[in-house]
Each structure stands twice: as C-alpha cells, then as structure tokens.
Design a protein around this ligand. Structure first.
Ligand SMILES: [Zn+2]
Length: 417
C-alpha cells in the first residue's frame, strides 16, 4: 500500500486521515477497508444540535459504504464516539462525511440517489453493491435534501388531476404548478377531502392567495374542493378532458350506427374505432380514403365527426361572448340531427360553459397539463406499486422539475460533503 498520506489524499474526506488500509479477499475485485481517524484537536460535535463537547462517553467501531476505488468496493471504518451533550444528553458524534444514522457516505448517497431517478432502485443497489433498503433510504435522503433547498414559489395557475393507479388503490390526486410545470402534492383517492387537504397542507396562506385559476376536469368533488378552499380562484376546465367526452360521444354514435344496424353495416364498421377517434389533421393518405368511405356510408357519423372536430375552436376565442356565440352555432348545427349522444354532450358543454369560457381570462397552459400527465404516469409505472408515498411524491417532483439539464447542474449534485 502507498503511504498513508497518499491514501488520505485519495480518500479526500476533509478533517479525516487514513490510518490503515486493509484488503479483504485478494483478487481483481477486492473490498477495501479503510480505517480513518479525525484530524487535529477539536471537540466532538453533537449529532443532535451541533454543539461541541469534550465529554466522550464511549466509542464504537462503525462502517460506511463509500465510492469505489477503481474496481474495488470501499468501506470506511471509524470509531464513532458517543458524547454527553448539554442539550441533548447522550448522542453520537456528528461525522462530516455522512448523515446521522446513515450507513453510506454522503457522496455515495448522492450517486445512488441520482441513479435511482433513471433506473429502478434494485438496479442502482446492485450497481453500487449495497442492499435494496440501503439504496432506497439513500434515495429518499438525497431527494429530501434536494427538495428542502428549493425556493417556495407562488403559482398563479394550479392543476388538479386524478391519476389512475392500479387495482387495489384506484386513484391518486395530483396537484401541480402549471406555470413552472412541476408537481406539488400527491394524495390517495379522488375525493373532495383529498384535494382540499392537498390545497391546505402543501400551500401556505400566501401561496393560496396568489392562485388565480385551477385547471381540473369536470369531476364534481374537485370542483367543490376548489370552491371551498380557494373561493377567489376560477376553475378552468381542462381542454383534453372535455375533448375526451366528445370522443366518447362520437364513439357511441359509431356503435349506434354500425353495430346495432345489422350484419352488413357491422362488417363495414369493424376495426374503424381508432381511425375514427383520430383527428382529421393527423390522418394521412389511404386512411383518409377509408374515413371518407365510412362517412359516405353514414351521414350521421360524418355529422358527429365534424361536430367533434369543430369543438377545438372553443378555446380560440378571446372573449366569453365569442365562446357563447360559437357554442350557440354549434348547438344549432346539432339540431334535427337525431344524435342523442351528441345532444347529451351538448348538455354537458352548456352546463360547464363557465369553466370552458374561463380560458379567455386565464390562459392555462394545457400543453403543460398533458406533459405533466405523461411524466407522472411514467414515474408511477416505473415505481411499480411503491408503498412509500413520500418518496413517490419526491420522485414526481424531481421528474417534473428536471433539475439536471447541463453538466454544471450535474456537478452541483455530485459535489461532495
Ligand atoms: Zn446536542
């Protein structure tokens, strides 16, 4: 082994020097045990409050996993003292290179935490030679540290959405900041209480006062929660949810016209569902021909399709009068068409006119709502049934905030101690 001074420099734990290095099991991939001691004469720091004291009760050998040296795994060995603190009583001394109670050094924690954001925890654990639970704890500590250091924002526009989770627990309610495109809070279920709870616990009074609009779907409990907690905020209905209702209505027309109209028509309409639900501008070439053939066979389906296509324009007006005028025209075009499904949709649109027209005053970024949804679903799918909601929320925050966009950002996370 090289000189101890060289080893100390390589290890690079400030305030500690290497006493001894031991190889465990010879071979190309050995484990290094590195004994370290404190440098200089300073009182011990209490891990509870940070006060310094000379009163040492006893000491115990402890180990921390650390970054590897080339191909060799490293365990840092240190006799950690227990001190008598004036304020806290008997506590362990604080070590500069790791969090209290953590069994990995802080720099290894950073690397594991970072890896866990792009691979499953089990992979990251194997990669760094630690157990799954150690990796999970490291990830959580990493994310908590990151989250604590972030500024508290006052979002003008909020988004509240339900995310389908799985069989046992059906839904999550997710609250997000639509201006910055970040997740703020997560709660189980999709009841009025879950959203009201989120709005009161994740936002303080100043933040709540700054909210001008909340973008949500027509889910009644959400509308109630917003009305009771944020009486001054306007509800803007999410465009994609409204269009989803329209697509469902169109699909129902297709079923009526083709499937309940005898065998010949049924054969003709088979396998056309996804084609029909696509927007005209995204349909190309021979598929357009197919659609045209379908419309030629059934005028009513054509009419319903055109009505659905036109609904996009609800969000192009600058004034409520414009929206009202368009909707009026749309309703008129629907009259005498004998399309009960579309009429039901029309009722919904009229009933929720305020929420739709609110977009004129509060141009919520619908694109952000959509991209957040995709991100959230991706994280939840990858975290497969994660029980720990706190960590899941932190993961969602990380994925939506995307804090690493350049080499400099990355360096900030990997600067040790
Ligand atoms: Zn203390």
């Amino acid at each position: 082994m090289g000189s101890r001074r060289e080893c100390t420099r390589i290890l690079g734990l400030e305030g500690y020097r290497v006493e001894q290095v031991e190889w465990e099991a010879a071979g190309s991939r050995a484990r290094l045990r590195i004994w370290v001691t404190r440098r200089g004469i300073r009182a011990h720091e209490c891990s509870g409050c940070g006060r310094r004291t000379w009163q040492v009760r006893d000491a115990k050998l402890r180990t921390w996993d650390d970054l590897p040296w080339a191909a060799h795994r490293v365990t840092v060995m240190y006799r950690q003292c227990r001190v008598r603190c004036r304020a806290c009583g008997i506590r362990t001394e604080r070590v500069a290179f790791a969090d209290p109670k953590a069994r990995v050094t802080r720099r290894l924690r950073q690397v594991i935490g970072l890896d866990c954001q792009s691979m499953p925890t089990s992979h990251a654990a194997v990669r760094h030679g630690v157990s799954w639970s150690k990796a999970r704890r490291a990830e959580r500590a990493f994310l908590e540290t990151w989250d604590r250091g972030r500024p508290k924002r006052r979002p003008r526009h909020l988004g509240a959405d339900e995310i389908h989770r799985g069989k046992r627990q059906k839904f999550y309610t997710v609250l997000s900041d639509l201006v910055h495109g970040e997740v703020i809070g997560l709660a189980p279920d999709r009841t009025e209480e879950s959203l009201a709870g989120l709005l009161t616990t994740t936002l303080d009074a100043r933040q709540r006062a700054a909210v001008e609009a909340v973008c949500t779907d027509m889910h009644r409990p959400y509308l109630n929660a917003v009305a009771s907690v944020l009486p001054k905020a306007t509800v803007v209905l999410d465009k994609f949810h409204v269009l989803q209702h329209a697509a469902a209505a169109l699909d129902e027309v297709r079923r009526q016209e083709f499937f309940r109209a005898g065998a010949v028509m049924r054969r003709f309409g088979r396998g056309k569902r996804w084609l029909l639900l696509r927007r005209w501008k995204t349909v190309r070439g021979s598929k357009r021909q197919e659609l045209r053939a379908l419309f030629a066979a059934n005028r009513r389906l054509f009419k319903a399709y055109v009505l659905r296509e036109e609904l996009d324009r609800l969000w192009t007006y600058k004034t409520r009068e414009g929206v009202a005028e368009f909707l009026f025209g749309w309703l008129k075009a629907l009259r005498w068409q004998r399309l009960p499904e579309m009429e039901r949709l029309a009722d919904t649109l009229v009933k929720h006119f305020d929420g739709i027209a609110a977009y004129c005053d509060h141009a919520v970024r619908f694109g952000v709502v959509e991209s957040l949804n995709t991100t959230i679903k991706g994280v939840i799918r990858r975290a497969r049934g994660m029980r720990d909601e706190t960590t899941l929320l932190l993961k969602l925050k990380w994925a939506s905030a995307r804090p690493i966009r350049s080499a400099r950002d990355l360096a900030r996370f990997l600067e040790f101690i």
